[in-house]
Design a protein around this ligand. Sequence first.
Ligand code: BT5
Length: 254
Amino acid sequence: EPYLDTSFIGRNIKYFDTIDSTNKKAKEIAFDENEGTVVISEEQTEGKGRLGRHWVSPKGKGIWMSIILKPKVDPIKVSKITLLGAAAVHKALKNMNIESQIKWPNDILIDGKKICGILTEMNCELNMINYVVMGIGINVNFNQEDIPVDLKDKAMSIKISKDIEINRKELLGNIINEFEKLYIDFRDKKTISKAIKVCRESSALIGKEVRIIKGEEETLGKVLDINEEGELVVEFQDGTVDNIYSGEVSVRGL
Ligand code: BT5
């Protein structure tokens, strides 16, 4: 692992050639493994998005990985880990001279289309976290034909956009290095302000008119900012301003 420069994240890697879902595997082994254990697979046959959606994960073309974390923080703060992940992916790409945008809370875009999604899941009882699994999926070396027809307008890969083959190990090492720094601030110093700064500066949403979708409910508004808590600050059409917690909302362009 020549690209790793961490104290605990990625020091134990469980590598698979094929697997149903790295998040699922990470949840199965989380009780028995140390914080920082990474599950990674060349391919996922049942990759998962939020709300049970499917995540396309072809063999050898992406980074499909999950990190096991055991932060001693209030479970309500766990959704912030997704923002740390997004900031880490953005910074890692930037280190490799690739510009991207963060679409709060869990997507990374290139050319306005999704190249990365993050799925954070938690197991807790009595307000104590047993473990958190943060899964990151990145479309690295997809060719056009690796993108299913129904995703052509919304999915992109680094290779298709930049016309270069990316060294997946280098990108992976970079992401884990960047993530560990942000995670230690969150876990030990209880601050996410560095990650928020990155999410703000590279935001695909700030200043845009959006639809906020929460279950069956859909409201229109304009995104003003991402606040220090990592919430989306939205001005609704009636002029009221509210902070939106990432929970289970989807944000779409008009
Ligand atoms: C996400 O969900 O964006 C979270 C994706 C997390 C995937 C990682 S891979 C490693 C780990 N193990 C897992 O099983 N999962 C995690 P969501 O915001 O719900 O977006 C899902 C939607 O994105 C789908 O309904 C499709 O429309 C679209 N989609 C599916 N596969 C895609 C891909 N490879 N690239 C871009 N968009 C995709």
